[in-house]
Ligand binder design. Sequence first.
Ligand SMILES: [Zn+2]
Length: 295
Amino acid sequence: MTLNKSIYNLALLCFVFFSTTVMAGASSIRVVTSFSILEDLVNELGGEYVNVLNLVGRNSDAHIYQPKPSDAVAIANAELVVFNGLEFEGWISRLIENADYKNKQLVASVGVDAITFGEEVDPHAWQSFHNIRIYIENITQSLILLRPERAHSFIQNKQRYMNSLTFLESQLLEQIEKTPQDNRIVVTSHDAFGYLGREFNIRFLSPVGLNIEIEASAEDVAAVIDKIRAQQVGAIFMENISNPRLLQRIADETDIAIGGSLYSDALSEENGPASTYLNMMRHNIESLINAFESI
Ligand SMILES: [Zn+2]
């Protein structure tokens, strides 16, 4: 009898605890994001009113991600799924379909000024101060649609974030203007920085194309080495999401030192130099400027 009673009390306690937890979280929007940069933006804009579950983690490559069964469960329980689009996450449509997800989907890049090469589109649109403002507007609009009563907070968060973005952008543009234009040629693992190059007048070369999934052929590598020798290449940079071996080989053959790591398709760990989107932009551009200045 006593045992039964304590089990009953325990069950009651669990029920009360669970209901309070659920009630406390009732007003948070359950969001699933496809990769770490979107996770950061949604958290910045949604603040305490979002509960974000992210699929492709920090320092991981979304181009070649293999979804897990738990991802479908996360999506099935979401109110909003945010992904980049521009064919970056080739795996996401099937995942959304498998989860039988019927709630809101947001393609964060809708409306950006995309770079295209014939049929191919460069998905790395977040590597641009101009474009990221469009992502921010899109995310804010979706949050407001889902919780109109929180609109005031979302708009305040957006304005604060936009101010930090504009401050950082003007600081970095001012710094890069002091480096000679001819020095601004960089080799990276894959073509992830076309948008950054367009805004900061930097030329990026890479042994593979837009998609890291494709392995560079001997001809691709030889062609990059020829280009490096023919031009004033300022620096070679690793990327956080890719294998450094190929770039090390190119650096050895061309006698150009590796300038460090750039964060292209994922943030660093939280204690790393690219812990947030703003820190990533600062780290990448300042590292490039340092390399150009030391030529
Ligand atoms: Zn990429």
